[in-house]
Design a protein around this ligand. Structure first.
Ligand SMILES: *Cc1c(COP(=O)(O)O)cnc(C)c1O
Length: 442
């Protein structure tokens, strides 16, 4: 036998596409539509670029679903995981301590808003929310208020796709098929700039009237990512914190998208100067291994002290995995040592300026920006089509021709590039956005 005959032969681009079409079920994808088009076939990624098997490269306009805030294949992240895999790739966290897990929990609590003092590890953003839901319910059960079992969430919220997380979700097209099995929550309006007073009034009423039955309010801080990069005022979060404290309802802040500097400061909660009772992390926390965490205050943890019957009966098989933990630790070091947040400030200003200019194009109904986020709502003929609209997908096709991956949220086109994208690549990306929007609306 000659050497290497057992090694898998690399597939050609068309073989990959054929196999994919035959076997892969893609997320959030109309499969017939997908099969009718030539897909991107990514073979490699580095920095802010994805490389296709056809030899072209694409600027990653959304940091691969918001995870690659430090770009792809950051050498420090790669080598930290390589070192970890050689010593301890995995052991269960059930009654076992390991250095990377302990150090990560400490580093997360030190970096978080003051008062969050313990980390529970999960697999991703959805499970970070699931555990927060269970912690909140059991917290009240063990604090003499077992009737506090309901949750308040915003219209347009997105907190993940597992049943508990999806129950909190307020994006109608994501909920519709599963409505019959989702738990009911108290839905309050999104605090849009022109509807702020009405939204806050509705929230206040829900909490004042219902606090005896409410376990927690769950919100994405300052920006709802999946429902179309909808931004709201920090004052709402500040007033919500005060309201929740006054009426003894827990506040769960979902930093899965907004955290890690996406909105400017490390945590979007910092815009409002608030500390939640539970804070959920994922995505950029561990940009290429599944990992999430839920941070809790002393008050929440104290309700779980005592015997076995008071323990939190929850845990995922791979939770606290040392590879993910090592990666997440290195991410925090890179943020600090490479001054990622400081350097991103001027980049955020470039995004803001470009999206403001975009507002002048006929068919661009609304634009907005915050930190390293820029978004534009498109409207033509039938108006803004929401998540199922097709205008954003026309921009996607135009951007692909020009060398950028710009997956839209329906008729909302946005960028959330790596925080450390070089200025010249950022300018190229923003030029592609402008040219593609113009071409798509022409
Ligand atoms: C993506 C997202 C989640 C879910 O995270 P997964 O890792 O996809 O499970 C939860 N909350 C917010 C705000 C998100 O953007």
């Amino acid at each position: 036998m000659t050497e290497g005959t057992n090694a898998p032969r690399g597939l050609t681009r068309s073989e990959i596409v054929a196999l994919d079409r035959a076997r892969v079920w893609h997320p959030y994808t109309a499969m017939d539509e997908f099969a009718s088009k030539d897909p991107l076939v990514v073979v490699r990624a580095s920095g802010a670029r994805l490389f296709d098997a056809d030899g072209r490269s694409y600027l990653d306009g959304n940091s691969s679903w918001w995870v690659a805030t430090l770009g792809h294949a950051h050498p420090r992240l790669v080598s930290r995981v390589q070192r970890q895999v050689e010593t301890l790739a995995h052991c269960a966290m059930a009654g076992i301590a390991h250095e990377t897990g302990a150090r990560l929990a400490d580093a997360l609590c030190r970096s978080a808003p003051p008062g969050l003092t313990r980390a529970f590890f999960t697999d991703d953003g959805s499970t970070a929310i699931e555990v927060a839901v269970k912690m909140a319910v059991q917290f009240w059960q063990q604090s003499g208020a077992p009737k506090k079992t309901r949750f308040v969430a915003l219209e347009g919220a997105f907190h993940g796709d597992s049943i508990g997380a999806a129950s909190l979700g307020g994006v109608e097209v994501f909920r519709r098929p599963f409505g019959a099995v989702l738990f009911d929550c108290v839905r309050v309006p999104f605090p849009d700039r022109d509807a702020y007073a009405r939204a806050f009034e509705a929230l206040s009423r829900a909490i004042v009237d219902g606090h005896d039955g409410i376990a927690a309010v769950v919100v994405e801080p300052l920006v709802q990512g999946s429902s179309g990069m909808r931004i709201y005022d920090a004052g709402f979060l500040r007033e919500l914190r005060a309201l929740a404290t006054r009426h003894d309802v827990l506040l769960v802040i979902d930093e899965v998208f907004a955290g890690y500097g996406r909105t400017g400061p490390m945590w979007a909660s910092e815009h409002a100067g608030v500390t939640p009772d539970l804070m959920c992390l994922g995505k950029a926390m561990s940009p290429f291994l599944p990992m999430g965490a839920t941070l809790a205050t002393d008050r929440v943890q104290d309700a779980f002290r005592g015997g076995k019957e008071r323990a939190l009966m929850y845990g995922h098989t791979l939770c606290g995995n040392p590879l993910g933990a090592a990666l997440a630790l290195e991410v925090l070091d890179v943020y600090r040592e490479e001054k990622v947040l400081e350097r991103a400030k001027a980049k955020g200003a470039r995004i803001a300026a470009a999206f403001e200019r975009l507002g002048a194009i006929a068919g661009v109904a609304r634009t907005r920006s915050l930190g390293m986020i820029g978004a534009a709502d498109l409207e033509k003929g039938a108006g803004h089509g929401g998540y199922l609209g097709s205008l954003g997908w026309r921009v996607y096709e135009e951007a692909r021709k020009r060398g950028a991956y710009l997956r839209p949220l329906g008729d909302t086109v946005y960028v959330t590039p790596p925080l450390n994208i070089p200025d010249d690549e950022l300018d190229t990306l923003l030029d592609i956005v402008t040219d593609s929007v113009e071409a798509a609306l022409a």
